[in-house]
Structure formats: C-alpha cells, structure tokens
Design a binder for this molecule. Structure first.
Ligand SMILES: C[S@@+](CC[C@H](N)C(=O)[O-])C[C@H]1O[C@@H](n2cnc3c(N)ncnc32)[C@H](O)[C@@H]1O
Length: 286
C-alpha cells in the first residue's frame, strides 16, 4: 500500500472510530481537528501493539479500561499558573477596569483542566479587590482533571516556574502567600476556592452559561475543527452579557468565525474580545 492509500484508509478508520465512540459511549470528538486525533490514536495503537485503528476501535467498544485510556489520550490537559504572563498583564490593564464597573461579576473558565488558571484568576481578582463580588464557574468535560482542580493540590516541582510567571504577570505579593507547601506538593489557600464552582460541562454537547461578564477559554479551540470552533464561539456569544469579554489562547482567534462581527477587539495579541452592546444585525436593520 502506498502512503496515499494508507492515508485514505486512516481517514475512513478514524471516521468510523469517532462515530462508534459517540454512538456507544456518547463522547463526541467528530469535529476535533483530524490531525490531532490521528496523532493520538496512532500513538495509542503503537503502545497497545495493535495493527490498525480498527483493532483499537474494538478495544474502545469492548474494553472499559482501554476506553478510559483513549479518552485521556484524546484530551490534552497541559496547563500552568499564570500561563502566558503577558495575558494576565493585559487582563489587569484592559479588562479589570471594566469589571470594576459591575456590582457583581460572573466569570466562566471553560476547559479549565486541573485548575491552575482558575487559581491564577482568583489571585488576580483578590489583588484587585474584586474577589468578594465575583462568582467563578470552572468547567471541563474530564472528571479526572476536575478532581485535581477541586483539591487545589499541585506538585511542588512547578512552583519555581509558577512564581516567575506570577511576577511577570504583575503579581503584587509574594506568591508563597497563596499556598502551603510540604515536601512534595503545595495546596492552594482555600479562600481562593470560596467563590468557585467546579462543574462538568462539555462544550460540544452542553448548553449556555447565561449572563457572564468574562469567559476564559484558552488552548481548547485549537483542538477543534473550524465548524466546531464556530459552534463554540456562538455558545460563548450567547453566554456573554452585552459588553462581556471573551479571552482565547494565543494561537486561537474569532477572526474566521461567522460571529466575529459581534465582537470588538480589546487586544489582538492576547486574543481578548468584547461582545458588542447590540448585534450587528439589529444595527443594520436600523
Ligand atoms: C490544553 S488544556 C487547556 C487548559 C487551560 N485552559 C490553559 O489554557 O492552560 C485543554 C482542556 O480542554 C478540555 N476540553 C477539551 N474538549 C472539551 C470539551 N468538549 N468540553 C469541555 N472541555 C474540553 C480538556 O479536557 C483540557 O482540560
């Protein structure tokens, strides 16, 4: 079989695999980026010493342990505290003044993984005097990462990097004021969790969170194809209050979505957008 034929076969097998995963187990990865899915499935196939994706499909359908492993493979959970410090600097400068105008602030972290970005936001809000009037909803569709997020316990290995990120992000205290450490791990101060609800939410199949002032969904859309990105951006548009702010990861954009004209750009580099007060359609109609 030549490389082209092999490629075609993979495309067919992947499509059947994803259809089976959805119909048998209800997990819908059908509109995730093909390149990402293919890389992860071929990797798992190798580790399990299987000859084809069809064999992996058999495991996915009949072997619960293999299913869990495959689900874990398909979702990338890499994250860190104050990831991309310049994003948090811009948030302080451009978005916090807007948030200060609200008596009560509702924030949604979609695809929060193990929660590092949620604790980062809680720290920023505390330092800006906004935490007590904020409610944060932190969601992911992966139960395992949500459990870590709720516990607020992280390996001590990363703390040096996180401290540097915090300082570069414009942090005003000593980062160690926000956690207790023992030999191997740190536990984040429980006051940072006081106004946070961690919940299971699937961006592909679940509905809106209404009237949010700020939505942060960073490094999640990158795994979706154009069509799914479009659907999820519409979900965010419907979940935002007028004038609400949407933050994406630095490799993501709304530029190509059908909803781009419903937003203005706050920061092109940090991918921060603001929902317009009235929809472009209503402006056109007078
Ligand atoms: C690379 S992590 C990004 C974490 C964090 N937002 C950050 O930027 O550091 C992507 C997260 O998106 C979650 N995710 C992927 N597809 C999802 C979906 N359909 N619904 C909800 N969460 C999803 C994954 O479980 C994972 O935790």
């Amino acid at each position: 079989m030549n490389a082209h034929e092999q490629n075609e076969l993979h495309t067919i097998e992947i499509s059947l695999f994803l259809e089976g995963l959805f119909r048998q187990h209800g997990y819908d990865f059908r509109n995730y980026s093909q390149a990402h899915i293919k890389r992860r499935l071929l990797h798992r196939m190798k580790l399990m010493d299987l000859k084809s994706i069809s064999q992996l499909q058999h495991e996915m359908l009949y072997n619960p342990a293999a299913l869990q492993q495959i689900l874990y493979d398909l979702s990338i959970n890499v994250t860190e505290m104050f990831r991309d410090p310049s994003f948090y600097q811009t948030l302080r400068k451009e978005v916090v003044p807007l948030l200060k105008t609200y008596p009560f602030i509702k924030i949604w972290h979609a695809g929060c993984s193990t929660g590092e970005e949620v604790y980062s936001m809680a720290i920023l809000l505390k330092e800006e005097g906004l935490y007590d009037r904020s409610q944060i909803y932190a969601t992911d569709f992966n139960q395992k990462v949500l459990k870590t997020a709720k516990s607020g316990i992280y390996s001590i290995e990363h703390i040096r990097d996180y401290t540097q990120n915090y300082q570069k992000a414009g942090g005003r205290e000593s980062f160690s004021a926000y956690y207790d450490a023992d030999y191997n791990s740190v536990i984040m101060d429980s006051s940072l969790r006081k106004n946070v609800v961690f919940a299971d939410h699937n961006l592909v199949t679940d509905g809106v969170f209404a009237e949010m002032h700020l939505i942060i969904c960073r490094n999640v859309l990158i795994y979706f194809d154009r069509q799914l990105q479009d659907r999820v951006i519409h979900l965010f548009l419907s979940s935002l209050a007028p004038g609400g702010v949407l933050c994406l990861g630095n490799k993501e954009n709304i530029q190509f979505s059908s909803w781009a004209n419903h937003f203005s750009v706050i920061s092109p580099n940090e991918k921060i957008f603001k929902k317009l007060y009235s929809s472009p359609d209503s402006m056109q109609n007078g």
